[in-house]
Design a protein around this ligand. Sequence first.
Ligand SMILES: Cc1ncc(COP(=O)(O)O)c(C=O)c1O
Ligand SMILES: NCC(=O)CCC(=O)O
Length: 483
Amino acid sequence: MSAESDVRAALSSERDETEPTTAVASRAGNAEQFARAQRSIPGGVNSPVRAFRSVGGTPRFLVSAQGPYVTDSEGTEYVDLVSSWGPAILGHAHPEVVAAVQDAASRGLSFGATTPAETDLAELVRARVVAGGVHPVEKVRLVSTGTEATMTAIRLARGFTGRDLLIKFAGHYHGHSDSLLAEAGSGLATLALPASAGVPAATAALTIVLPYNDLGAVRKVFAERGNDIAAIIVEAAPANMGVVPPGAGFNAALADIAHAHGSLLVVDEVLTGFRVGPAGWWGLENSGSPVAELHLDAPGPVDVPAYLPDLVTFGKVVGGGMPLAALGGRADVMDTLAPLGPVYQAGTLSGNPIAVAAGLTTLRLADAGVYAALDATAATISSAVSDALGGAGVAHSVQRAGNLFSFTFGSSRAPRNYAEVQAQEAFRYGPFFHAMLDAGVSLPPSVYEAWFVSAAHDDEAIGRILAALPRAAEAAATARRPA
Ligand SMILES: Cc1ncc(COP(=O)(O)O)c(C=O)c1O
Ligand SMILES: NCC(=O)CCC(=O)O
């Protein structure tokens, strides 16, 4: 008997009767997997957005992913429009990224010490975030999740300004730290949770939630409490209540208002950063791109004033599919972080060498051709979905922010804030989603999430999506409002 089979025998003698072996487990179907997962994991998921709660049915248990496809434990392949919620811009398991990860792993999984490669990544982030020769990201710190990046950014803003109040916008999601969960988008929107239990009232009271795209509301709060406000935090282009692009000049006005009161502007590019363009949404807004394409509400090209964020947060693409995120910004603010300054932030796995290798390789590969492919694929798919819905008589609007897009049902008027998003006929999405899934296309399991394309979505993958649309649109058309 080999040592391995000894260990297996010992383990199986301790195993409870219902617990399958790994070999059986990986062959079991999705329903069986879900039942098993729910016995050991709350709700069977490690992040609520995976739970299919708003669309119903059984989550697919994925075992592999390659290019534009994911494969579940039943061996069914799906064209993937979740892309790991954003990171997979090159498609899944890009060979060069996998090779970089394997190479890094062979040299050690984690050192808990400084490495040359993490400086390479910090330099690359600084260099890429540029418009008109201006680099707003002067210094960078690497962390492991987007949640940590925004949590650290607001602590830093509070420490730097010596003020406690924060402004966030309804429907924006910045991860799950206590200060940022009020009226948050993403899974809280999907589950219709106004906030999270467990956040102390005293903490929640320091976050002022305002309606999005409403500068009057921002000006009013600053007029009343401007001297106590540490920062405004805003999704660069919101994509966690579906996609709701900022009105023309909105972000620039936020910067002006904050700066006029000695507050900071924290622009959250965890989702948009290095996905919507090489320099993120800030880069698009400030690089002379045709503004009408960015701000769908604008009648034509608009002269959007340039603005500078004080802090910017990154996640998802910057880690190339590994747990890595970052915050960066003004050197004087960033240097308030320990060990130089009094604001503490740390992490056993911060700047993990394998994650850094994945992020560096992904960013190096994400060239102009990749962004052109993402934009073209997003345009093709979003127009085709809109045509199919229109053909089936489903009133809807398409929202786009660069290559991010989503749809709202029930009206052709594009929503501009969370209240307008919530007023839609969300019940049409579940049947639409399941018709797509049955046809082998995996969409985000919530109407409140953006769709994510990759540069690996080729004609074959796009063809499969287009072929699935007529029946899905029909399913949306015939959906009935729940009693
Ligand atoms: C805009 C934004 N900020 C922050 C986060 C939190 O990132 P993470 O899930 O890595 O904690 C997300 C997504 O999850 C996001 O979309
Ligand atoms: N747009 C929503 C997310 O990216 C969140 C992913 C997660 O919380 O698992």
